[in-house]
Design a protein around this ligand. Structure first.
Ligand SMILES: Cc1cc2nc3c(=O)[nH]c(=O)nc-3n(C[C@H](O)[C@H](O)[C@H](O)COP(=O)(O)OP(=O)(O)OC[C@H]3O[C@@H](n4cnc5c(N)ncnc54)[C@H](O)[C@@H]3O)c2cc1C
Length: 396
């Protein structure tokens, strides 16, 4: 390896890497971001940050920048049981923030560069080395070895770097695909996100307004339907199935046009229990990829960046910082993972057992909506214990 020349190298320049890089450069660290794309494009990713994630964005100091450049505040959510005012009812008293994913990435990476981060684009990290002198092997115009005090793997879903660095990945197979597409000419409010389960069909329909009159539409549907909704030729099917699951979509989307790719993804979860070891830390989707139906990924990426920033600032021994970070991220992930499982079985599962459960529980929930824990919008720091579960499942 070459002589150590950076404090931090990030593999990838997504939201997790760029917000951490910017924060650490602001604290005097010498940071290098390696991103393989020369220009970001629509890959059908997350475009809505829930209120607890927005609080993390505020902590990282990127919220105003996003609002100035590309983001739109969405104050209300419709889940099919009445409009909810997010500012009035979430722990953080914040709305949802939406943006085109690629515009968010360009904005944050440019801001990181302005903060003193060295950003190299069009370079692909081929290998990572952990240990006392961590580093990477980069394939740009030529092969190059670069070392640092800490390597951050922020290379997204299915991270190749985490496998190379020897992290073991846990998984939970969920029986759904999620499809998404960007729309224009939609006849719906720009102030409301629609996020509605249809348990009879096992679907979830999402419609998220963005700046400039665009809307991101998502549909989660059971794998047993037997097809992947992707490509232009399946656009009409996407709209039909969305409207079948949530009839107002039919009216919203009369004459709607797709202005980006239609792509679908496996909604299974994959995570690493200990996202730090031997000079390599995992952040964002590389640390935990959760079912996108619940829209937690961007918020987890921001939490990871904020927690790691705080630990690296507090501890002169970065090995200690990495272990503290891993512990906190594991707890946050565990809370949302457990609650997502409850929500899936209660609101999405179309089996007769789940239908029976709903017949018993829905009247109780209608009487007292606070039986449903609010971790998805208000975050993983809410209490999670046997009583929270018992109240949701009508056992007390
Ligand atoms: C369909 C769908 C809908 C979603 N909806 C939501 C939502 O509504 N709300 C929400 O919060 N989350 C949502 N998510 C999740 C969210 O998109 C992710 O959690 C988030 O983008 C993760 O950010 P990241 O920075 O970890 O990774 P990414 O955004 O994937 O960034 C990784 C970067 O690393 C680069 N890279 C990869 N390998 C290398 C390499 N070897 N060398 C150099 N660079 C490399 C890539 O080019 C990329 O730019 C959704 C995901 C999907 C798939």
């Amino acid at each position: 390896m070459a002589a150590r020349s950076y404090d931090i190298i990030t593999v990838g320049g997504g939201i997790a890497a760029s917000s951490l890089a910017m924060a650490m450069a602001g604290r005097g660290a010498k940071v290098l971001v390696l991103e393989r794309e020369t220009q970001f494009k629509d890959r059908v990713r997350g475009e809505a940050v829930v209120p607890w994630g927005l609080a993390e964005a505020n902590e990282l100091g990127i919220c105003r920048l996003l609002k100035e450049k590309c983001a739109h505040e969405v104050p209300h959510v419709e889940t099919g049981s009445g409009l909810r005012d997010l500012r009035a009812t979430t722990l953080q008293q914040l709305p949802l923030l939406s943006f085109p994913h690629q515009a968010m990435q360009e904005t944050l990476l440019a801001a990181a560069e302005d903060a003193g981060v060295e950003v190299r684009r069009g370079v692909s990290v081929q290998q990572v080395k952990s240990g006392t002198e961590p580093g990477v092997l980069v394939n740009g115009r030529r092969l190059e070895r670069i070392s640092a005090r800490l390597v951050i793997a922020a290379d997204g879903r299915g991270s190749a770097i985490r496998k190379q660095a020897g992290f073991s990945v846990s998984g939970q197979s969920n029986v759904y695909f999620m499809a998404g597409v960007l729309l224009t000419n939609v006849h719906a409010s720009t102030e409301i996100m629609h996020a509605v389960f249809n348990p009879d069909l096992g679907t979830w329909t999402g419609l998220i307004p963005q700046a400039g009159g665009q809307f991101r539409a998502y549909l989660t549907y059971p794998k047993m339907m037997g097809y992947r909704i992707q490509g232009e030729s399946m656009f009409d099917l996407f709209l039909r199935e969305s409207a079948k699951g949530y009839p107002p979509m039919g009216d919203f989307c009369v004459g709607a046009k797709s202005i980006g790719p239609l792509a679908s993804f496996d909604a299974s979860d994959a995570w690493v229990e200990e996202p730090y070891r031997d000079g390599v830390a995992l952040v964002g989707d590389a640390a935990a990829t959760t079912d996108p139906t619940f829209g937690q990924g961007l918020s987890f990426a921001l939490r990871a960046a904020r927690v790691l920033r705080d630990e690296l600032t507090k501890n002169s021994d970065w090995d200690v910082a990495g272990r503290h970070y891993a512990e906190q991220l594991r707890e946050s992930f565990h809370a949302c993972h457990v609650v997502e499982g409850w929500m899936r079985s209660l609101f999405q599962d179309s089996s007769p057992e789940a239908a029976g459960l709903r017949t018993r529980l829905m009247p109780l929930i209608a009487e007292d909506p606070k039986r449903v824990p609010d971790h998805i919008l208000s975050g993983p720091d809410l209490p999670l214990n046997a009583q929270v579960r018992a109240r949701l499942f009508g056992e007390c």
